[in-house]
Design a protein around this ligand. Structure first.
Ligand code: AMP
Length: 437
């Protein structure tokens, strides 16, 4: 039986990444490792699925994610969920491996696929990638600002200019702080509940803060009349907010304070921030994060302050494409062209030796015409072409053609090829560092 056509296509809301886009994807990963490493972060990889309870507890029962977006299944007696975000898993690992006892303060970064059953649209998928960081164990406002600075360094590193940084504070759980603000909000919204969208009417009881960041124009009209979060907080949160802004200014970060940023996850307190980019359209958030001083305790650990962010990889790719950011892949130093099978055998040996010497080299395996092989060398962007014909083979030589404009060609001894190649291709670096390694 033939499979149905749809089963041969990627599931809606998922996508394949390859070619030029993969070059950019790899640049994102390389840049993240380099920049985050510079700030003292080490990498962690946690599983793509966890016990459902971890997310219910860590993200919050009343959040959109936990209420309706998780991929949860029950193989046997377990109930497990494909991770919708990375923080809960990292904090679980932090506790499970006793990092809180053995290391105290830690800085960890991760990258990987996340899964949310959202309505797919441009920039919103059901499987997408995030890179994220978590600095666990310190409450200093400098750290909040440092993470924001680091995210912007990352965006600079991948060539995404024009990122807008918005920060806000959503206070803490002390009775006089966010709980009191929530009550003020409740009192202000109650008489106008009918003017809000259906989703926000539901949020009124369960997650009232989210009403503030609803994109619906009717809800935004109501919100303009509501009390501002950053004007109703406790002294400690106010001081922290001021200190974050002071540090951001000292670190040269342009930012705006936006009282409508509240973030969708329950675990945040004090600082919340979002990065947006105008190239993204309706889904313009390219990353976001904040402080989450209560999460470690919520997941069974000691009271431990923390701050982190997650950046959307696919949205970064959209911005990179819009900005025409360099998408160079690995440089192909040489491409081998052979005129017949004997030459191909000899060429294959030379190609392997060159690879062992550290060059990126490929060759023709399809016994095609010289012209077709040369075309491939050109299309693949090879710096040099190594041409082996029967004359060369008999003389123990290979013809090396410089593929750059105005480049000539010469015959060299196969035995000298390794030494000569380095000089000839001058290990061409690409602007984004997509070079030999
Ligand atoms: P969040 O964990 O919701 O704060 O998301 C952090 C970042 O991940 C967002 O700013 C987006 O760039 C990206 N993101 C979140 N959800 C999606 C999605 N469904 N598809 C693609 N990217 C997403």
């Amino acid at each position: 039986m033939k499979p149905e056509k749809t089963t041969l296509r990627a599931v809606e809301g998922t996508k394949d990444i390859f070619g030029v886009e993969m070059n950019r994807f790899q640049r994102i990963m390389k840049t993240a490792a380099a920049i985050f490493g510079r700030y003292g972060y080490s990498a962690i990889a946690t599983p793509t699925f966890e016990h459902t309870a971890l997310f219910a507890r860590g993200i919050g029962e009343a959040t959109d994610i936990v209420e309706k977006e998780m991929y949860t299944f029950t193989p046997g007696s377990d109930t497990i969920t494909l991770r919708p975000e990375g923080t809960a898993g990292v904090v679980r690992a932090y506790l499970q491996h006793n990092m809180h006892r053995e290391q105290g303060f830690v800085k960890l970064w991760y990258a990987g696929p996340m899964f949310r059953r959202e309505r797919p649209q441009k920039g919103r998928q059901r499987q997408f990638h995030q890179i994220g960081v978590e600095a666990i164990g310190a409450s200093n406002a400098i750290l909040d600002a440092e993470t924001i600075r680091m995210a912007l360094d990352f965006f600079d590193g991948v060539g995404v200019t024009g990122v807008v940084t918005k920060i806000n504070t959503i206070g803490c759980m002390k009775p006089e702080c966010r709980p009191a603000f929530r009550e003020k909000l409740r009192a202000a919204i109650a008489p106008r509940l009918g003017e809000l969208c259906k989703t926000c009417q539901g949020r009124f009881e369960r997650n009232i803060l989210r009403i503030i960041d609803c994109k619906n124009p009717e809800c935004q009209k109501v919100r303009a009349t509501l009390p501002r979060c950053d004007e109703h907080l406790c002294d400690e949160c106010n001081t922290h907010h001021a200190a974050v802004q002071e540090a951001l200014t000292a670190f040269g970060v342009p930012f705006e304070v936006n009282p409508y940023i509240v973030r969708g996850l329950d675990y945040y307190n004090k600082t919340v921030f979002e990065f947006s980019h105008p190239a993204l359209g309706a889904q313009d958030a390219i990353g976001g994060g904040g402080r989450y001083d209560g999460l470690v305790e919520e997941l069974g650990g000691p009271v431990t302050p923390a701050v982190g962010f997650a950046i959307g990889v696919e949205r970064t790719l959209i911005a990179m494409e819009a900005l025409n950011c360099c998408a160079c892949g690995t440089v192909l130093h040489a491409y081998g062209v052979a005129v017949d099978e004997d030459c191909r055998k000899a060429l294959a040996g030379l190609v392997i030796r060159l690879r062992h010497a550290g060059y990126n080299v490929d060759m023709d395996y399809e016994s095609r015409s010289m012209k077709a092989q040369m075309r491939t060398a050109d299309r693949r962007g090879a710096v040099l072409t190594l041409i082996l014909g029967s004359d060369e083979l008999a003389a123990g030589q290979v013809t090396v053609r410089d593929m750059r404009e105005g480049g000539g060609q010469e015959r060299i001894a196969i035995a000298d090829a390794i030494d000569r190649l380095g000089i000839m291709c001058q290990a061409r670096e690409t602007p984004c560092g997509g070079s030999a390694s």
